[in-house]
Structure formats: structure tokens, C-alpha cells
Design a protein. Sequence first.
Length: 323
Amino acid sequence: MGPARRRDALRLRGGGSPPLLRLFPGRLSAFPLFLLALLLGFASLLWLQLSCSGEGPAPGGQHRGAPRQPCPAPAPPQPPQEEPSWAPHRLALLVPFRERFEELLAFVPYMHRFLSKKRIRHRIFILNQVDHFRFNRASLINVGFLESGNDTDYIAMHDVDLLPLNEHLDYSFPEAGPFHVASPELHPLYHYKTYVGGILLLTKQHYELCNGMSNRFWGWGREDDEFYRRIKGAGLQVRRPSGITTGYETFQHLHDPAWRKRDQKRIAAQKQEQFKVDREGGLNNVRYRIESRTDLSVAGAPCTVLNILLDCDTNETPWCTFG
């Protein structure tokens, strides 16, 4: 078969140039091919950015009310390993948690990089409530404190949906007293002057002086307001950041209230109890069992997951269940 017939046979069988290249007349040299590949790569990155940032149509027919997936962050440089020059203290980052896995996947590697860059020795504890009672943030923090080990000497009570964006925020040892990182003038949502939630640092000695947090707060809210009164009752002064100029954009708040409803229901006497100071309970009477303890890595960032079974005396706090 001659060369002309072979070319005709290729055309009949669909051979020859790929369809995309047939859009361009004549022969393509290496340089135009390189430009074409570059344009295709740019278009792919642009589509990914629009689809995950909320601009443009939702991918896959997603409902408008559903939260978008967070855009993948660029691969950061690996954080340096702990060195003798790092601060001598070690932070236990206590993260109360239940069923917020997409937030957890963003939180652990972000905070590990953030604290490593600041050369702060740390351990991240995910305090996962696995019982069937209502969520109890304060009790989980009490458990995390008791289970955090003797190699840590201060704690951060840290919400999983709050990421610090300003590298000047201080996470160092709060020797002078409780240090409220997410202060009212910086937190994106809560601005009243007695607010101490979100992110609060304390030495272990100061947390024990307060007898920890009250275990009576089942459901969402009010436990940090009660803890503020404990701090004042222990003779401690809350300190807050200074010189931070980023205002309400100091933190990224990952929580979407339209997608993930908070348990704000008040049941029976809970409406009255939520404003009282618990003068008896705290670290001394938290009731729990550790179902499992697992050390794992999230995108190269180490953390310890404690699966925690809290216990509730329904005679004391009948609002720990919805029943």
C-alpha cells in the first residue's frame, strides 16, 4: 500500500491528529503546544477556585444552602522539628469535638503549622464525645485537662471552628494569668466584654485554682460565661491581646450556622440554672470514661484523639438528654 493510500485509510478509521489539535491549522511547533498546555492548566485552576470558593455555580448540582468545600491550601513548607531553642513550656491544645470532621481536617494541620512557626511546643488533643448525651464542651475540657499528661504545663481551650489568621497572636505560656486570644474586639461574632470563649490560655496551676469548668452545661452556650466568674472568684485577671490591628478579620470562623445547627434548646430548669455559678462541681467531679486513645496524623500533623464517654446524673441535670 502506497503512502497516499495509508493516509486515506487512517482518515477513514478516525486516525490522524487528535480532535483538539485539528482546531489549529497547519503544523504545531513545540512552543504553541507549551502555550496550549499552560492555558489548559490555568483554566483548570480557575475552575477549581470558583467551584470551591462560592463564586459561580455549585459543582455537581449542589444545593445553594449547602456549604462549599474549602479550597485546598497550597502545600506549606514542613514545620521545623522541636529544637532546644524553642520555649521550655509545652501547650496542650484541648479541642472539644463532635461530628465536625471537615472542620477537623482543616484545623489540625493549620494549627500545627501555626504553632510550629512560632516555635511553641505543643500537643493537640481532639476531645471526641461519643456518648448519647447532649454535647458538653466544659466537661470535655475538664477531661482533656486530666488526660493531657505531665509533659504539658499549660492549656488552650480552643474551638475547632476558629483559626487564627494573624501571626502576631500570642500563644505563649500565660504566666501572668488567663490570656484570652479570641478577645471580644477581635472575635468575628461575640463582642461583649466578659466573653472568654473561643480561645483561652491558662497555666495548669490556674485552671486547677478555678477547679476547672462546671459540668452542668449540656447543650450549647453559657459555660464560658460561668467560667469567667470562676476566674474572677479565684482572684485572677483576664489579659487580652494588644497591638492587633486586624479587628474582626483576625480569625477565620469555619462554622456555618445554616448548615450545622447548634443545640440551643433549654429544657426544664435549665433556663434558670444556666445563669448560676456552680460552686461545687468541676474538675473534682467530672464523670467519664476513655473509650479509646489514638495517636494519628492529619496531613502530616500529629494529634491525639480521645473518644470520651461522659456520664450524667439525670437527677442533678435532667437536661443532659432530650428525653
